[in-house]
Ligand binder design. Sequence first.
Ligand code: UD1
Length: 430
Amino acid sequence: MEILSVNGGKPLYGTIPVSGMKNAAVAVVLATVLVEDKCVIDNLPDISDINIALEILSVMGAKVKMLNPACAEIDTTFLKPGSSPYDLVRKMRASYYLLGAELGRFGRAFVGCPGGCDFGVRPIDLHIKGFTALGADVNVEGGYIEATAKDGRLSGDNVYLDLVSVGATINTMLAAVKAKGLTVIENAAREPHVVDTASFLNACGADISGAGTDVIKIRGVDHLHGVNYTVIPDMIEAGTYMVLAAATKGKLKVTGIIPKHVSSISAKLEEMGAKIVEEDEAVTVEYAGPLKRINVKTLPYPGFPTDMNPQMCVLLALAEGTSIITEGVWNNRFRYVDELKRMGANIKVDGRVAIVEGGESLKAAPVRALDLRAGAAMVIATLAAKGHSEISDIYHIRRGYEDLVGKLGKVGADISYKDIPDRQDLDQAN
Ligand code: UD1
């Protein structure tokens, strides 16, 4: 079993480049299913979720060639519908985009139920509502989802999403791109990855307007064509390193980003007393004295991102005074708090609210990465805590952070992978 071995307590200084955005890249890669042509997708992060998405497409009959580690040529001309392998689909939440993409291209879809991080019930009823509104029959049975367009091709219609959902917005958009007539998605998610997926599809010849607002209009087209496309930078990877700078009392310049995408994070760090300098494609975060308490509420974009909840909680544990985090998106996102308590944090959770009594420094301890962003929080916490810590279950972290150890090593972090015997092996050895 591989773990992360961390010797923390040192301020980190230097420049960290940000990779392509995971949540945009998975959507764009799977959206190529609609294209029936060759696309070249650049700035793909080298993370396991992207490798899985590309492998799924290969198994389905797409020709996938890596032109370099960040750039894939994907030809989906001879893709077979309904052929995604369950063992790969269940490893990744975003595999549900195959439903919208297959339905849009073939008029039918057959996909295993998706996997991903576990933070409570993660329903897909709104995705199904979108497909149904466009004229699909949808059945969920035996771990699979089957959707069929009643007349062989979907028809545009109005879709009102009861909750702001990134997944349901993108999936409805994918299904509608080749549907007959006009689809209007109301109460759409405004996240940058929704905009990026729409930009990719428009570059392929789709007719989508309003992405980035809460009303998206999609006029169906008959054909899409291949393009070269570059994925946007990852605002959550950027945010993670911004918090890391303040948590380790250092100074990091996070580069290759779109500063507007991280403005809610910059604002909160500034409120805590960190110094923020914004440039065209970079943000520098510098620790500038004791961190102040603040309250944070996670919300859909442009609100403070739920995917920064765990990382921010670490920083609040290091701040002076009592802070409150309210989780506005997921029901069960605070499981990581028990791991922080092992490091001496004083945090009480009541439903969707965490009360963080700051002021104490964190102490080195063995901790687990319970999900992707919880894992990122453990990296920050162990680098901030003096002494030796170990993080297990790091496969979660590999899902979303490219070359984490390499990037952190370059700014002075003492963090490395270490192989230790599995508990099972130990049991056998005993
Ligand atoms: C995406 C991100 C995830 C991030 C989340 C919120 C990907 C692969 N994952 O997840 O990292 O945490 O956005 O920014 O891009 N909901 C329903 N019914 C549905 C769909 C969602 O009730 O059919 C609810 C969810 O339970 C949740 C809320 O809507 O409370 C938001 O979920 P959603 O935006 O859909 O999250 P994902 O797209 O799964």
